[in-house]
Structures are given as structure tokens and as C-alpha cells.
Ligand binder design. Structure first.
Ligand SMILES: [Zn+2]
Length: 196
């Protein structure tokens, strides 16, 4: 492979990142090759290591290097409350508030029929199993407050309620249309306390 091709392959690989167009990809590739070879090496090793080792927690679906993540294994957590979030980033946002001591189920997305993301893709069946384990007493829906997040919350809520489970939704202190990970911590903590 000629050097030109290697650069081109690198640029194409960088373009796979969300929000990165051809110009940004070129800039990153040139920067790494011209100014930061050590950084490039570290990046490639980190990527390789992550791809080999990161997978989904068998219980909550979040990213972990173990079979079951440290949050799910933490005996201090309140196993009677299960909070449903869309992404690990949303989970982190809730964790940073320190207002929630229960456990999580991470959908790793949200319902989006047009993109082919249905109940199976968000693990609805697994969530049902988890919520019906006899320990969980309340399922708190903390999906985002935009159209798809609301639709996802609605479907999950109807499904869980049909099994007689107690379902609450994060209160509406969170601005409509917002992604949880960008909302300030006080607002999230408030929405959590005021859930209904
Ligand atoms: Zn877990």
C-alpha cells in the first residue's frame, strides 16, 4: 500500500466518526501524522483495546469490560428502583447528580421505527424480565424529552404497566426537546425527586 493510500484509508476511517466530514477528517489525519505520532499510536492502541474488551453488561446493557458492570454489582445500590436511560452518557449525567441510588437499564438507543430501531433493538424484552424479577418495585423512565424519547417512554410504560409494574417518569423540569446529557445537574436532580 503506498503512503498516499494509507493516508486516504485513515481519512476514510476518521470520517466514520459522527459529525466528522471530509475536511475535518483530513485535518485530523494530517495533524496526527505531522505533529503527533505518539498520540496516533496511543489512539490506535486505545481503539484496538476497547474494541477487543468493551461489551455490554449482561444486566443493564451499559458498556463494561466485565460480564456484569460495577454499578450492577454494587451492594450499596437500591435494587428496588430501576432507572431506564437511553445511553451511557445519560446514565453518567444522572450519576453525577448523586440523587439516584438505584440501578439502571440502558436502552443503548431509543425507538425509531424509521431507522429500524424497534423494541428488540432497545432490549425491551430484557427490560421486562429485569423489571419483573420480584425485587424491582419502581421503574423510572428517564428517556430524553424529545419526540422519540417520549414515544419510547410511552411504549415502555404501557408494556410494564400491563404487567402490573409501578412506572414513573422523570418530571418535566427538564426542558422539552432536550438531551439529558446536556441538562444541568440541579435540573435533573429536581426532575428525579419530582417524578410521577
Ligand atoms: Zn450493569
Amino acid at each position: 500500500m503506498s503512503s498516499t493510500n494509507a493516508l486516504e484509508v485513515l481519512i476514510q476511517a476518521l470520517r466514520r466518526l459522527p459529525g466528522v466530514g471530509v475536511k475535518s477528517a483530513q485535518r485530523m489525519a494530517f495533524h496526527l501524522m505531522q505533529h503527533d505520532r505518539d498520540g496516533a499510536e496511543a489512539l490506535s492502541m486505545a481503539l484496538h483495546h476497547a474494541v477487543q474488551n468493551v461489551h455490554h453488561c449482561a444486566r443493564c446493557h451499559t458498556f463494561t469490560e466485565d460480564d456484569i458492570c460495577s454499578t450492577c454489582l454494587d451492594p450499596e445500590r437500591d435494587a428496588t428502583r430501576l432507572c431506564v436511560v437511553e445511553t451511557p452518557a445519560d446514565q453518567s449525567a444522572l450519576e453525577r447528580t448523586g440523587a439516584f441510588k438505584g440501578l439502571y437499564f440502558v436502552l443503548m438507543g431509543r425507538l425509531s421505527p424509521l431507522d429500524g430501531i424497534g423494541p428488540k433493538e432497545i432490549g425491551l424484552h430484557k427490560l421486562m424480565e429485569r423489571a419483573s424479577n420480584g425485587v424491582v418495585q419502581e421503574v423510572i423512565l428517564a428517556t430524553n424529552f424529545n419526540a422519540e424519547g417520549e414515544a419510547t417512554a410511552h411504549v415502555i410504560s404501557e408494556t410494564l404497566k400491563s404487567r402490573g409494574l409501578h412506572v414513573t417518569r422523570l418530571a418535566r423540569g427538564v426542558p422539552v426537546g432536550s438531551e439529558l446529557e446536556y441538562v444541568d445537574l440541579g435540573t435533573i436532580a429536581h426532575a428525579l425527586v419530582d417524578r410521577r
